[in-house]
Design a binder for this molecule. Sequence first.
Ligand SMILES: Nc1ncnc2c1ncn2[C@@H]1O[C@H](COP(=O)(O)OP(=O)(O)OP(=O)(O)O)[C@@H](O)[C@H]1O
Length: 592
Amino acid sequence: MDDADSADRLIGDDDAGPPVPDMVQVGNSPKYRVDRRLGKGGFGQVYVGHRMLATDPGAPEVALKFEHRTSKGCNYAPPYEWTVYSAIGGIHGVPRVHYKGRQGEYFVMVMDMLGPSLWDVWNNNSHTMSVEMVSCIAIEAISILEKVHSKGYVHGDIKPENFLLGTPGTPEEKKLFLVDLGLATKWRDSSGLHVDYDQRPDVFRGTVRYASVHAHLGRIGSRRDDLESLAYTLVFLLRGRLPWQGYQGENKGFLVSKKKMATSPESLCSFCPQPFREFVEYVVNLKFDEEPNYAKCVSLFDSVVGSNPDIRPLNTDGAQKLIHQVGQKRGRLLIEEESDEQPKKKIRMGMPATQWISVYNGRRPMKQRYHYNVADSRLVPHIEKGNEDGLFISCITSCSNLWAVIMDAGTGFTSQVYELTPHFLHKEWIMDQWERNYYITALAGANNGSSLVVMSKGTSYTQQSYKVSDTFPYKWINKKWRDGFYVTSMATAGSRWAVVMSRNTGFSDQVVELDFLYPSEGIHKRWDNGYRITATAATWDQAAFVLSVPRRRPTDETQETLRTSAFPSQHVKEKWSKNLYLASVCYGRTVS
Ligand SMILES: Nc1ncnc2c1ncn2[C@@H]1O[C@H](COP(=O)(O)OP(=O)(O)OP(=O)(O)O)[C@@H](O)[C@H]1O
């Protein structure tokens, strides 16, 4: 089978460095003879260590994890993973670290010796694993994650390779352990508060096959991400394959995340017992800062393996304790479960849904007019009539090659030009207008590749730049932000994006929310922090929202959004009566 993406971790260093020493002594440790290599990851290499001159011939073997001091995990300083092991090493299901220190070119960690990984077990068993075994793994893994999370950390790279069993032939051989804390991050800061929400669409950490969709989108990791990756790990072990395996190439991360988003829990778990589907459904619906109900998750899988712990293929002691604790708080749990009964929106559809997304700002009364379903030939008469009435175009978009045009009396523009062309975008015309001190103030593209560009005088802009790209050009935006530009318009034509950025916009900060559907949670979190949507665009796959903080606070900070299957003509009129005016509109991927 294709396993190429299993090791496809996008950060880390594959350089093994010089040979590891034959003998190790770090900190106050005894001397260890370095024996065979157990494994190699993106950061380090793990070897068996034997106690030299052991008075007790039965002294247990240890695992020695070597990281070269120039590796990415170290960068000449002790590995970041050490900090995490100091905080959580030795808790239930995480191996104990006995000594650590530097020897020569290497940082060395002496830890409990463990056995094969779940990937090894699955691989050596003809790529299969029994329902009972996977259910026990689920139960124990959830309880380990609960412990890791209770220490304030998320693991960040949950996958079959990072769960190890105890050493074969020892009492620990049926115990599960979680290793590789190199990508762990804090979900709770030192004052006990949840870390702040953020999205950086160009940042990916983790393993493509098992990463949560939020991780693909560059959102700050939180507890829900470990559980989503665990869900994919479990389904992989049970079914032997995940629907997004096999993509290759530069665009692989995007294609995999798109497929994850388009795979409903039903189809992902079509050959798995019911609790697996319920678990997937639960975890993909968790909010950024929501506390997962670990006991409820464990109890889902408990029903698969039966109540007799003696016949379980894996030790589930940790989970028994979790269930027991919960049992003592039974009354509370029942109440929580009841409130859980509220129907949650199912976000993984399996089918894309396309809608109008309209954004309204509170402002002083003004004249606003809209036209929709406008064919190319009707465009000029509508705009000319508007201009005659003292209105300028504030916002445009396209749906099925028909235009929607919003015209306002309150734009502050003094003059306006526009061009409808078969190009996305028509560079020569734009350059000519820049020469004449016009700046792009609105932009739309149609599925057939044509575009409508509106350029105005009377803006505050002093410089402008645009980019057309097949994927959302976040890297370019990020670079331009550093040069003092902010996104001022955005459009799509089919699956292509065009983004316009300007200098001297009156914004003091800007962020992007990019998702496969309407990113409701992200937008609410940004609103709470003073951001307001200032540009929107969507393709069949993705919706992008640019949110900005204005340098001068508006007198009315109200902003509302609407999603409707038809153009929201009636809604717009209702909003006008409340002094809310259309500020941005696009047609594209959301969720029904
Ligand atoms: N305590 C241990 N006992 C036995 N084998 C271990 C132990 N720790 C790690 N290994 C083996 O070594 C491999 C690499 O270890 P680990 O995942 O910690 O390294 P890494 O460089 O951080 O890897 P990754 O690229 O997955 O982040 C593991 O997949 C496992 O096979």
